[in-house]
Ligand binder design. Structure first.
Ligand code: MLT
Ligand code: ZN
Length: 465
C-alpha cells in the first residue's frame, strides 16, 4: 500500500479533488469487463493535462508505485485491471477533440475521447471513422490504441493501427515523445508509434492521438444468411468476396441467435432454422451492386451453402440485422462467459474450427458453447457459458485446464491466442503459444528501454518474474 505522505504529494500534482480513494471509485476504476480479478487499486488519479501525466509518472518512479491506465474499461483481457494496489490513471478529463484538418482528413484527440464521439465528429465533417465495435459507446481512443482494437469492419478497414497518423506519449520515465507527427510518408528509421499501439500501456501512456478519417460509405446494406453447417460459411465468404467490396463478414451460431431472440427486443431475420449465420455488409452504391449481391445469394442457395437469407431495405432493417451480431457480447455476459479470442489465416479457418470444436466437445460436454466472430478476418470468439449452479472460480479453473489443448491447436496452425482483445492478465501465461522465446525476450528488452523501473502496467502481457 502507498504511504499517506506519497498520496498527499500526488494530490499536489493534479487539480483539486482529482485523486480518489473512496471505496466506490476504487471498485469502479479498478476493473474492466472481465470478472476474473477483484479490483484493489490504492488510488485513482485523473489528470487534465499532458504535464500532469508527466508529473504522475515521475512521482511513480520516485516512489516505485505501479500505474495502470484506464479508459472506458471495456477490455476483455484484464489489461486495465488494478488488482495489486496500483494507482489507476484515468483519462476521463482528457476527453476533448483538439483539432481537425479537412485536407489531411485527420482529427486530433485526447485519449479520453469516446470512440462514438470520434465517429460522430467524423460524420459531422462528412467523413467516417471506421473502427467500430459493440462497446464504442464507452471505449476511449487511448484504450483503443493501447489494445489496437479491431471490431466489425476490419475486413475492409483494418485495425486501429491503420488509423493512427501520429501519437504523443509519456514514457515510463516521464518523457514526452511526439511520434510520426501525422505524416503519411516518413522513412526516418524505427517507427516508434507502432510500438505503443497494442502495448497495453506497458511502455507509456498515450496523451494525444492524431487519427485518420475516411470518406463516408455509401448506402451500407447488410445480408444475414443461414447456413446448414460451419463448412458452408467459407465458400459463401469466397463467393461474396469475389463479387462485392465487403465492409464486414461476421458469423454467429444458432445458440448465439437463440440467446439474442430470447431478449425479446430484436426481430428474427427469418424463420428457417440454420446451424450458423453469416452477416455480411457492403456498399450498395449502385443498383448493379445490389443485383450482384442477390445473384450471388441465389448462387449460394443453388450450391446448398445457404438455406435462407434476408437483405436490408432500410436503415432500420440494417440496424436490426446488426443487432443480431452486436448484442451478442453483452447478452451472454449474464452467464459470465469464459472468453477466447483466437485467429488464424482465413484459409485455415474450417480445419482450425473443426479441431478446436472437437476439443471443446470432448472437454466441455456440459457447458453451452457460443461461437461468433469476425470470420472474414479469421477471428473466432469461443465463449463458454457458466452453468447457473457453478461458482465462478470453479468454472474458470475448469475452463483454464482446457486452454492448453485449445492453444496447442492455435500454435499448430500458426495462429494467435488473442486476435483483438489483447493479452492483459487473462492470456499472459499463454503468450508462448503465439510468440517465440526470442520474440518475448525482444519485447521485454523494449519495455526496459521505455520503462526501466517497471512501473507501467506491470503484470500485463508478461507474467511477473
Ligand atoms: C465482439 O466481437 O463482439 C467483441 O470482440 C466482444 C466479444 O468478443 O465478446
Ligand atoms: Zn470481436
Amino acid at each position: 500500500m502507498i504511504q499517506r505522505a506519497s498520496l498527499d504529494e500526488l494530490m499536489t500534482l493534479v487539480d483539486p479533488g482529482k485523486v480518489l480513494t473512496d471505496a466506490a471509485s476504487l471498485e469502479a476504476y479498478g476493473k474492466d469487463w472481465t470478472k476474473h480479478y477483484p479490483p484493489a487499486p490504492s488510488a485513482i488519479v485523473l489528470p487534465r493535462t499532458v504535464e500532469q501525466v508527466q508529473a504522475i509518472v515521475r512521482w511513480a518512479n520516485a516512489h516505485k508505485v505501479a500505474l495502470v491506465p484506464s479508459g472506458g474499461r471495456t477490455g476483455l483481457s484484464a489489461g486495465a485491471v488494478a488488482a495489486k494496489g496500483e494507482v489507476v490513471v484515468a483519462f476521463d478529463y482528457m476527453n476533448q477533440i483538439l483539432g481537425f484538418d479537412a485536407f489531411d482528413r485527420t482529427v486530433v484527440c485526447q485519449p479520453g475521447v469516446i470512440t462514438r464521439q470520434l465517429q460522430a465528429y467524423a460524420e459531422e465533417q462528412g467523413l467516417y471513422y471506421p473502427v467500430d465495435f459493440a462497446s464504442s459507446g464507452s471505449s476511449q481512443v487511448g484504450g483503443n490504441i493501447g489494445t489496437n482494437a479491431g471490431g466489425i469492419k476490419v475486413i475492409r478497414y483494418g485495425m486501429t493501427r491503420n488509423w493512427v497518423a501520429g501519437l504523443k506519449v509519456v514514457t515510463g520515465t516521464g518523457e514526452l515523445l511526439e511520434l510520426n507527427k501525422g505524416l503519411v510518408k516518413n522513412a526516418t528509421g524505427y517507427d516508434l508509434r507502432h510500438l505503443f499501439i497494442g502495448a497495453e500501456g506497458t511502455l507509456g501512456f498515450v496523451v494525444e492521438a492524431t487519427m485518420r478519417l475516411d470518406r463516408a460509405p455509401r448506402n451500407l446494406t447488410a445480408m444475414v444468411l443461414g447456413t446448414p453447417d460451419f463448412d458452408s460459411i467459407m465458400p459463401v465468404l469466397h463467393a461474396f468476396h469475389g463479387k462485392l467490396d465487403l465492409t464486414a463478414f461476421e458469423f454467429f451460431s444458432d445458440k448465439g441467435l437463440a440467446r439474442i431472440l430470447a431478449r425479446g427486443d430484436v426481430p428474427a431475420p427469418f424463420h428457417t432454422p440454420c446451424s450458423f449465420y453469416a452477416l455480411l455488409e457492403f456498399e450498395a452504391s449502385t443498383e448493379q451492386v445490389a443485383d450482384e449481391a442477390l445473384a450471388t445469394f441465389e448462387h449460394c442457395v443453388a450450391q446448398g451453402w445457404v438455406l435462407d437469407g434476408v437483405m436490408s431495405q432500410s436503415e432500420t432493417q440494417l440496424k436490426n440485422l446488426w443487432k443480431l451480431r452486436e448484442y451478442l457480447s453483452e447478452t451472454i455476459s449474464h452467464w459470465t462467459p469464459y472468453k477466447n479470442d483466437i485467429s488464424v489465416t482465413v484459409s485455415k479457418v474450417p480445419a482450425f474450427l473443426r479441431d478446436i470444436d472437437a476439443v471443446v466437445q470432448a472437454h466441455y460436454p456440459d457447458y453451452e458453447v457460443v461461437w461468433y466472430g469476425h470470420i472474414g478476418d479469421g477471428n473466432l470468439h469461443l465463449n463458454i457459458l457458466k452453468p447457473e449452479h457453478m461458482s465462478k472460480d470453479a468454472f474458470f479453473a475448469s475452463c483454464a485446464r482446457v486452454n492448453k489443448w485449445v492453444f496447442e491447436i492455435v500454435e499448430r496452425y500458426n495462429g494467435s491466442i488473442s486476435a483483438e482483445h489483447g493479452v492483459g492478465m487473462t492470456k499472459r501465461d499463454y503468450l508462448g503459444y503465439s510468440r517465440s522465446p526470442e520474440e518475448i525476450a525482444c519485447m521485454k528488452a523494449i519495455k526496459a528501454v521505455f520503462d526501466p523501473n517497471g512501473i507501467m502496467n506491470p503484470g500485463k502481457i508478461f507474467a511477473p518474474e
